[in-house]
Design a protein around this ligand. Sequence first.
Ligand SMILES: Cc1cc2nc3c(=O)[nH]c(=O)nc-3n(C[C@H](O)[C@H](O)[C@H](O)COP(=O)(O)OP(=O)(O)OC[C@H]3O[C@@H](n4cnc5c(N)ncnc54)[C@H](O)[C@@H]3O)c2cc1C
Length: 474
Amino acid sequence: MPSARPAPRPTVDPHTTGPARAHDVHDVLVVGGGPSGAACAYWLADAGWDVVLVEKKRFPREKTCGDGLTPRAVRQLQDMGLEGALAGAHRYEGLRSCAYGMSLELRWPSHPSFPSHGYVITRHDLDQLVVERAAKAGATVWQETEALEPILDPDRGLPAAALSAATPRTRRADAAAGGAGAALAPCTGAVVRHRPTGTTREVRARYVVVADGANSRFGRALGTARDRSYPLGLALRGYYRSPRHDDPFIESHLDVRDEHGRVVPGYGWIFPLGDGRVNVGVGLMSAEGRWKGVNTGKLMAAFLANAPASWELSPAAACGPATGGKLPMGFAVGPRWGPTAVAIGDAGGSINPFNGEGIAYGYETGRLAAACVGAALRGGGADALAEYERRLTDAYGLYYKVARHFVGLISRPRLMQACVWTGMHSQPIMATLLRIMANLMRPDELGAAEVAYAALASIGLVTPPDGTAGRVSP
Ligand SMILES: Cc1cc2nc3c(=O)[nH]c(=O)nc-3n(C[C@H](O)[C@H](O)[C@H](O)COP(=O)(O)OP(=O)(O)OC[C@H]3O[C@@H](n4cnc5c(N)ncnc54)[C@H](O)[C@@H]3O)c2cc1C
């Protein structure tokens, strides 16, 4: 039965406002208040649903990230009414691409749906803005509240049988192929712990959204797994004081080398924050276990030592120790839907393998999930959640497949060097690549990027990604 759309509720903390009623069943429980969870909670609350978001940290909080927002992310923030709140953040115009002593400045292209600018803003500030927006729209936000384990309800549909019938391997392949034969375990809430007091309680909901990030312990408890044949990003970042803190371009270096001087698949970045600091990092793509042994700390040290002197980067300019994390990409994680739950953002492996961007895809998958959960609440039930997987495939399936091919190619150092060397001699080639890699192809025009992508996609349609021949692949 669809519930009536309730009036937005104020943000309350059940741990400080007295014991919540045990029989309360919310429309939706969102686990995690990063970009994906906060955006999903915002869209659900904006539609009038009774949504509770639990977040284990207290915001604002640090989150390891490059802090770079592309036009795709800005579009989502605009749609949530938040671009005005970014006024204090550093707005930038495009990407300076550097390699082998050459550098090219590439402005963000014009596009009918996306702006031609981005921002660099710490996650400390950005994530707070979106969670506040969700709360203002009516979501109930419980901070310092950790979802310890799901409340499972085997009576909610068949998928428990589907789960037990499938091996982990077939489930992963199945999930990556569209989730037809695998599903998240039926879940109707979570046992949560309020960290300051240590009290635990049950939070029940008709639908649950898993948005607990790359490590996703909650998602694992519902049956998600990462397909290890898919590429995985590993990245490290730190903040540095720099005289070029307000540079109008973000900078990426495509010839990052390990301690043996080998060029590795990935890039180094310098993203200006406009507040006296720059965010500096290195990211590495590991495909089929290759490059896994590379020490990102040593990569970072080598990158800092070789970065253009004008940035004045040195250990003495560091604002603190560098921190790192994993980037599950290309829908490496599945299943992403079940009869009562969906997984979004990094919990669903949604990062773009071309460039390691995950914030925009967290917002976008959160929004898509909100639409499907809303349809489920209006009476569509599990079928509406299955639609989430279909819509993901429609929106990103082919693009991510092409991107995974790309990562397979750049894992071969000679090929990567040849491509970068050729590209760096041609502004049009790099501008084309930027449009493809940032997923900013135009739907209304057939330009160089669109033609090049169509060619790549036609190869991608007939060839399995490197090393995956013979297995089910999207
Ligand atoms: C070094 C590095 C650099 C990156 N740079 C960029 C970049 O420049 N631009 C970009 O677009 N992307 C970048 N990314 C990727 C980006 O950070 C992620 O894709 C993005 O954070 C995903 O958002 P999310 O909401 O899915 O997960 P998260 O941001 O990880 O949010 C998950 C939230 O869930 C909470 N949580 C976890 N478990 C629980 C639980 N059990 N109960 C309650 N709460 C819980 C966490 O505290 C966290 O707040 C980078 C990643 C790394 C590691």
